[in-house]
Design a binder for this molecule. Structure first.
Ligand code: MRU
Length: 357
């Protein structure tokens, strides 16, 4: 199984694989300031909710590590700006705010214990590295729960990219597929290209191809046809934010896939860690939807494909809970009524989730 490495903490800085250049080029950059890490998140050098969370945690660590602060008071003065700069990058993926809250809690804990800046700096680096390290075990646990729901031998469909590139582990939706294949299931994956940013065509196809998992790339407007005629056994996608009632935000286009899946009696599953839950909001209408540049619609990789006209680009949509068959998490599987099942999973003690590697 091929596992892409989207991000790494190194002594030289935060190293990220530039996902905008995949699959044609594998280029990595090393970031040494929190401002540059924030820019890399905003400009989608790194993307995918859990991976954005990892990058945010590392952004805080590098911001504190390279801060000119000479005292704890100075650092406490600077810390909110570091966090706020990262928080302003992208609004929908709640893992970003989950990671920032975790780093804020850790900084508060440490600041209450010591004013030794070098200790605080090294402990925050440790915390950011732990956020990254946990992704593998979390994804594998999600994979084990979800693999049971995949057909023994058949076609499955996904949307966007919810692979290792998007999490820093083995992937959520693609992790379910990878674990199922490792368990001996024969899966062929239909991969919608996922306009406008083409995460399906560029990233998911690349990861599956490298793992030698059979796939067929389709355009987004072929989804209905293949759900009607293609004998699809299941759909599994990732998520960017899951509201308390189970309404789920994911890449634009996911909602229409869910509606068509219901029309053709194909089970529609979400694979996501508990860090993607936002139980502070009751339903999907309250999920902030990122509006990105229209140029990402009128151009493909810098080539204009439309005249100079107005274009819309909501980057995510919300699938109402009634279309979701189940939600796979690292702590178990949630089913309707989601208000109860999600709360129950969230309240489960965070136990060390074992990784097979
Ligand atoms: O705009 P992106 O590429 O960050 O959108 C990513 C998605 O919608 C993913 O499906 C989601 O973040 C889950 S990633 C495990």
């Amino acid at each position: 199984m091929y596992v892409a490495q989207p991000i790494a903490w190194t002594e030289r800085g935060v190293v990220m694989l530039d996902q905008r250049r995949l699959p044609g080029e594998e280029i990595s950059y090393t970031y040494t300031t929190y401002q540059d890490v924030a820019k890399a998140i905003r400009e989608m050098v790194i993307r995918g909710a859990p991976a954005i969370g990892v990058a945010a945690a590392m952004g805080v660590a590098i911001g504190v590590q390279n801060s000119a602060a000479k005292s704890l008071v100075d650092l406490q003065g600077e810390f909110p700006l570091i966090v706020d700069t990262l928080a302003q990058t992208r609004p929908t993926a709640v893992d970003l705010f989950w990671a920032l809250d975790r780093m804020k809690r850790r900084f508060a804990e440490l600041s209450a214990q010591t004013s030794d800046l070098s200790l605080i700096r090294s402990k925050l680096v440790e915390e950011a590295k732990a956020v990254h390290l946990e992704k593998r075990a979390t994804d594998e646990a999600i994979g084990r729960y979800g693999a049971e729901f995949m057909p023994q031998d058949g076609r499955v469909m996904t949307q966007c990219n919810a692979g290792a590139l998007a999490t820093g582990g083995i992937g959520t939706a693609l992790g379910v597929i990878q674990v199922a294949v490792e368990q001996g299931k024969k899966l062929h994956v239909l991969v919608p290209e996922t306009r406008p940013y083409l995460q399906g065509a560029r990233l998911t196809a690349w990861e599956l191809h490298r793992s030698q998992i059979p796939l067929t790339l389709i355009t987004d407007n072929m989804v209905g046809h293949f759900l009607k005629t293609g004998n699809i056994g299941a759909i599994v996608t990732g998520a960017d934010r899951i509201a308390a009632n189970g309404d789920t935000a994911n890449k634009i286009g996911t909602y229409q896939i869910a509606v068509l899946a219901r029309e053709h009696n194909v089970p529609f599953y979400i694979a996501a860690p508990v860090s993607t839950f936002d139980l502070s909001i009751q339903c999907g209408e309250q999920i902030p939807i990122e509006e990105r540049s229209p140029a990402e619609v009128t151009e493909i990789q810098g080539v204009r494909i439309a005249p100079d006209v107005h274009a819309a680009h909501p980057a995510f949509d919300v699938t109402p809970n009634r279309y979701i068959t189940a939600i796979f998490t690292e702590r178990g599987v949630a089913k309707a009524p989601y208000t109860e099942s999600l709360r129950a999973l969230a309240q489960l003690p965070e136990r060390a989730v074992s990784s097979s590697k």
